[in-house]
Design a protein around this ligand. Sequence first.
Ligand code: ZN
Length: 246
Amino acid sequence: MVYYIFSDLHSNLEALQSVIEDCKMLDQTPCIILGDLVGYGANPNESIKKVLELKPKVCIRGNHDKVAAGLETAEEFNAIAQRAADWTQRALTRENREFLQSLSSGPIDVDGEFLVSHGSPLDEDEYIFTDHEALKVFQHWDFDICFFGHTHYPVIYLLRDEKISIILPKKSGESILIEEGMRYLINPGSIGQPRDRRPEAAYALYDSESKTVTLFRVSYDYELAGEKIIKAGLPPMLATRLALGI
Ligand code: ZN
């Protein structure tokens, strides 16, 4: 089975549309969404509409979804994220707020093939940024492959004989072979707000037959997404960071 893996869409309609156009097999391939559909960008309702049209096989919630849905307060957020969360709460239709409220928390097992979580499988709000944090997850949760998001940073952590190594994707379309006896924590990167100093939207494709994961980047109109952010009265920094990929 082949799966598209999308994460951290963050109300960025332009990025989401470009990714959908890039995914040629989307009509016959299940897609899995790792959370943070909203927050930061100017099109939360339109982005949720697109997500619903995709009929994702699995869609879990992220921390921004929880706050936008009113399930949690924004007190853990920095000032800019708080302002964006307030704006998103006000902008969401009742239907879409209820949709966000209905999303499951991770981790979730998909077809016995892999695990998905927004942050760490140990705690959906916890970030996996370092080897040490990845090792803790490998030691405390049983899986061979886990896709996660939350950091907006595409990376693959591998565990072999209790030792961690890292693969940082270099170019779009690069496939990595999943090897027997090794364990993997894979972050496809963010569609709507990449933070690895590249502005292109990021996503992944996993093929459980050929045991390969492929990481993609897609350019999109981040200037238009940024203009909408400014026009909406959201913090201007949210527009500039899209252009810089930070
Ligand atoms: Zn996020």
